[in-house]
Design a protein around this ligand. Structure first.
Ligand code: NI
Length: 315
């Protein structure tokens, strides 16, 4: 194993934003993000907190989630933990919320697709953790412009196992990863960066209920077990510009949530009219299988259906 070192690199985060810069010396015409926030995203690869949802809405969404869980055999199953904006009307609305899209637009421009939504739920006092990894090593999307908006529906604290991020790691080439399939690892393959991470460099992304964090596709991140007495509940919204392409499969889908689709690289997902709208659920079933094939590509688990019943989802 080699030791991770922060490297300077000429790559620019969120290249689409560059075209939005005003002539030298003038401010970027951002809708909601401050210049400092945009600089932090480019320099560090993440920025927090921003407003995600109100505390009232966070409580309501949690109630809806937990009501669904209670009626469906307990904790949200793997197959329900991704592309969930096709299953839950409130989440379909949240991924289209103007204040969230304004922040995303500041980073990737006015044409925005929601490619995925991922739940990260750690039960109270549970061993679940996320190993150090970079999302762009696994999702097959050919873009530097994927933006994650990670919304806390319960407090994300050091005790509850908040995300940890390695500032500037998005500027490096992809680091080597290995599949560990480790028990309690929430990631599909237990994928782990195969270099030593200096934990002293990492930043704890602590968030109050309703707050959100923005971060880059390439950022190295991890989280530790929840040692609190409450569930740690978060949902991550994944946005891309229509220029993105899926490189690991012939077919992929996304919801056009703002502007226009200038490239046609993704089949457009339907907007559910209610929770478990049959049309959207049928679409989710197709997308679920495809996501599994992408995430398990080149592994012995490619044909396993572990995500339909187990705790793991294709992250
Ligand atoms: Ni991740």
């Amino acid at each position: 194993m080699s030791t991770y070192r922060r490297q300077g690199c000429p790559n620019l985060l969120f290249p689409s934003m560059i075209g939005r810069q005003m002539p030298a010396g003038e401010e970027i015409m951002a809708k909601v993000l401050t210049g400092d926030a945009i600089e932090a995203l480019r320099r560090d690869g993440f920025h927090f907190p921003i407003h995600g949802v109100s505390e009232v809405d966070a409580a309501d969404y949690r109630l809806q989630l937990e009501t669904f869980e209670n009626e469906n055999g307990g904790a949200l199953k793997g197959s329900h933990r991704f592309k969930s904006h096709l299953l839950f009307k409130w989440l379909a609305d949240l991924v289209r919320a103007p204040h969230i899209l304004d922040a995303v637009e500041d980073l990737i421009g006015p044409n925005i697709m929601c490619w995925n939504t991922h739940w990260f739920i750690k039960e109270a006092n549970s061993a679940s953790f996320v190993s150090w990894h970079q999302d762009n090593n696994y999702w097959g999307l050919d873009t530097e412009d994927l933006v994650s908006v990670w919304v806390a529906l319960s407090p994300a604290t050091i005790e509850s196992g908040c995300m940890r991020m390695l500032p500037g790691s998005h500027l490096n080439p992809i680091l080597p990863h290995v599949d560990t399939n480790a028990e309690h690892n929430m990631l599909t393959r237990g994928q782990t960066i195969d270099v030593d991470i200096d934990e002293n460099l990492a930043v704890d992304v602590e968030l109050k209920t309703g707050d959100a964090a923005l971060f880059a596709y390439q950022i190295a991140h991890a989280s530790y077990p929840n040692q609190s007495d409450d569930r740690r509940i978060a949902v991550a919204l994944r946005y891309i510009p229509p220029t993105a392409k899926q490189m690991l499969a012939d077919w992929d889908s996304a919801a056009l949530v703002r502007g226009e689709d200038t490239h046609g690289n993704f089949e457009h997902e339907p907007l559910p009219t209610c929770d478990l709208d049959p049309v959207a659920v049928a679409f989710h079933t197709r997308a679920e299988e495809q996501q599994r094939q992408i995430l398990y590509k080149d592994t012995e688990w490619a044909d396993a259906r572990v995500s339909t019943s187990g705790a793991r989802a294709p992250y």
